[in-house]
Design a protein around this ligand. Structure first.
Ligand code: HEC
Ligand code: HEC
Ligand code: HEC
Ligand code: HEC
Ligand code: HEC
Ligand code: HEC
Ligand code: HEC
Ligand code: HEC
Ligand code: HEC
Ligand code: HEC
Ligand code: HEC
Ligand code: HEC
Length: 264
């Protein structure tokens, strides 16, 4: 029979506890799990919980951070470890726009065009085809700070009149080709009046039926289109008369103020 004295018994117990601790400690180091991270790092798990997108659902902390200090010196991954094979993944400095813990909460600092165009070719094509001051700006000069933000024209420009609002700008202008001035047939004459008050005033005061017609009906589609009377009227009088008096305006004055027409 092996006899163990109280002293020895205690020593064995102590040894057993120390062995246990050591094993736990070793296992702890080897088996640092995703659940442990939050015990020491509050911010990154919170960001991932709220806005991790695929970096929360498809992978976890340790898919990116393999190992930990002090045993692993560098556990910071490169984006290219997992993202390859598209024009977008070839741009510089991924983390200037993406926080890896909130990958879709894109922050836009500095000036960007090339990166934007890698996904949105359309706007740049329009700007190249139709040059204007806007085409000389970085995309995020207007689409600033957060991705997807769309500015109002009136953030930077005054409307042409006091009654005109942001909702009207798109009737005549498009942001990426602002000098290509086109408009729909239903564009209200009051919008033209912002700059053409004399034409608007003359027409409004006229008793002829032209006063019932919208500016955009006679000057259709594109700014500065000027029609001929006979586009709409043909040659309404006897042939001989048109030969002798070829200019309609000699008798009818101007379209905005036809001569002495009796009633509206
Ligand atoms: C016991 C506390 C603790 C736990 C648990 C912990 N960390 Fe850390 N971590 C730290 C400390 C402290 C530092 C700073 C180390 C330093 O600067 O030398 C750090 C640094 C880091 C860094 C930055 C490394 C660098 O090179 O800058 C990353 C990444 C990291 N931890 C990820 C994790 C992940 C992922 C987990 C979970 C798997 C985790 N940590 C669990 C304490 C912990
Ligand atoms: C998609 C890969 C990826 C995932 C997933 C990820 N990280 Fe990170 N993490 C990074 C990168 C890249 C950096 C370096 C960021 C930098 O340099 O600004 C980083 C930095 C860190 C740092 C150091 C921060 C600092 O300011 O030095 C800690 C701590 C950290 N991550 C913890 C975590 C934790 C905890 C998780 C899981 C909840 C996690 N990360 C998930 C990629 C990831
Ligand atoms: C360990 C692998 C891994 C690393 C490293 C990694 N990612 Fe990802 N990332 C993924 C996976 C997997 C997805 C989901 C599938 C996909 O979109 O390719 C993803 C998706 C994304 C998404 C789209 C998120 C969504 O939900 O649509 C963005 C943005 C992103 N990653 C940016 C980055 C950036 C920037 C870095 C470097 C800081 C990085 N990733 C590093 C694995 C990784
Ligand atoms: C100029 C800012 C910017 C830079 C720099 C940038 N990205 Fe992005 N990235 C974006 C924007 C904006 C999106 C679109 C986000 C969305 O769909 O809401 C995006 C989307 C993504 C996506 C998801 C959609 C997709 O096409 O797969 C991934 C993955 C991604 N980026 C990875 C990267 C990597 C890797 C780098 C560096 C090589 C990088 N990004 C550099 C702005 C940037
Ligand atoms: C990786 C691809 C990607 C990159 C890079 C990217 N975008 Fe986007 N962008 C998207 C996607 C996807 C959407 C959402 C779908 C859509 O409306 O087209 C979007 C939406 C937008 C919208 C809102 C569109 C709408 O109709 O509401 C604007 C504005 C925009 N992006 C501007 C930019 C600018 C400026 C940049 C450069 C700083 C940029 N994007 C970079 C993919 C990208
Ligand atoms: C002068 C300001 C300005 C600049 C510069 C600008 N945009 Fe826009 N963008 C706008 C406005 C305003 C809208 C809203 C649509 C409109 O009013 O015509 C818009 C709409 C968009 C949209 C959504 C609708 C669409 O046309 O697809 C995208 C995407 C977009 N812009 C991307 C870009 C990109 C990419 C660049 C750079 C090549 C750029 N923008 C440059 C002001 C600007
Ligand atoms: C972030 C500011 C900003 C936004 C938003 C913006 N612009 Fe501009 N725009 C400018 C600047 C700066 C110029 C050049 C200097 C000037 O003429 O004021 C300019 C010039 C113009 C020009 C003259 C272009 C030329 O080449 O002569 C027109 C027309 C114009 N903007 C219309 C618009 C319209 C319409 C919108 C909305 C769809 C808009 N802008 C949105 C800043 C902006
Ligand atoms: C009814 C058509 C119409 C509407 C609506 C309209 N514009 Fe214009 N805009 C024009 C025309 C035409 C010009 C060119 C004038 C010229 O050739 O000098 C112009 C020129 C501009 C210019 C160049 C500088 C200047 O003042 O001549 C800016 C900036 C501008 N518009 C901004 C706006 C904004 C902002 C809105 C909305 C509040 C708007 N426009 C609504 C027709 C319109
Ligand atoms: C922002 C001011 C502005 C707005 C708004 C505007 N115009 Fe003009 N328009 C001008 C300027 C400037 C000219 C050139 C100088 C002139 O002939 O008075 C012009 C010229 C014209 C011309 C004469 C072209 C020529 O060859 O003599 C017509 C026609 C015209 N505009 C029609 C319209 C119509 C129709 C609208 C409304 C859909 C409109 N304009 C809105 C500023 C504007
Ligand atoms: C019934 C058709 C018609 C209507 C309606 C009309 N116009 Fe005209 N406009 C013409 C014709 C035709 C001319 C060429 C000069 C002439 O023969 O009278 C002209 C000339 C112009 C001119 C250049 C010469 C000038 O008078 O300054 C401008 C600017 C103009 N119109 C703007 C407008 C505006 C703004 C409106 C709406 C308030 C408008 N027009 C409504 C037919 C019309
Ligand atoms: C865009 C088409 C259009 C153009 C251009 C146009 N008109 Fe008219 N005009 C009309 C319409 C529509 C009426 C009304 C017809 C009706 O209701 O009987 C009208 C009516 C008239 C009338 C009769 C007026 C009345 O009150 O009964 C005269 C005269 C006339 N136009 C002359 C002209 C002259 C001259 C020009 C050129 C300076 C011209 N028109 C240009 C469409 C046009
Ligand atoms: C020599 C003067 C003269 C010339 C030139 C002239 N007209 Fe007239 N027009 C008149 C007179 C007078 C009337 C009204 C008497 C009538 O009903 O015949 C009239 C009537 C009209 C009417 C209204 C017809 C109706 O049935 O309501 C139209 C439309 C018209 N003219 C268009 C034109 C056009 C277009 C031209 C140029 C191609 C033109 N006129 C040239 C003198 C002229």
């Amino acid at each position: 029979m092996l006899k163990i004295g109280v002293k020895n018994f205690l020593a064995v117990i102590c040894l057993a506890i120390l062995c246990g601790l050591a094993t736990t400690a070793l296992a702890g180091q080897a088996m640092l799990s995703v659940d442990d991270c939050v015990k020491c790092h509050a911010q990154q798990p919170a960001e991932i919980d709220a806005d991790g997108a695929s970096h929360r659902t498809e992978i976890d902390c340790q898919a990116c951070h393999e190992g930990h200090r002090p045993s692993v010196e560098n556990n910071i991954p490169s984006c290219s470890d997992c993202h390859e094979g598209s024009e977008h993944y070839a741009v510089d400095n991924c983390m200037s726009c993406h926080n890896p813990h909130q990958p879709l909460k894109v922050q836009l600092e500095g000036e960007h065009k090339t990166v934007c165009v890698s996904c949105h070719a359309g706007p740049n094509k329009e700007m190249v085809a139709s040059p204007s001051m806007h085409a000389t700006f970085a995309c995020n000069f207007c689409h600033a700070d957060t991705h997807g933000m769309i500015p109002d024209c009136v953030d930077c420009h005054d409307p042409h009149s006091e009654t005109m609002t942001q909702a009207n700008c798109g009737s005549c202008h498009q942001a990426h080709k602002p000098l290509e001035l086109t408009y729909a047939a239903e564009t209200g004459s009051a919008l033209c009046a912002a700059c053409h008050d004399s034409a608007y005033g003359a027409l409004a005061a006229s008793k002829a039926k032209h006063s019932q017609i919208a500016c955009a009906t006679c000057h259709p589609d594109k700014h500065k289109t000027v029609p001929q009377c006979n586009d709409c009227h043909g040659l309404p009088h006897a042939e001989g008369m048109h030969k002798r008096f070829p200019v309609c305006g000699e008798c009818h004055n101007v379209a905005h103020d036809l001569n002495n027409w009796p009633a509206k």
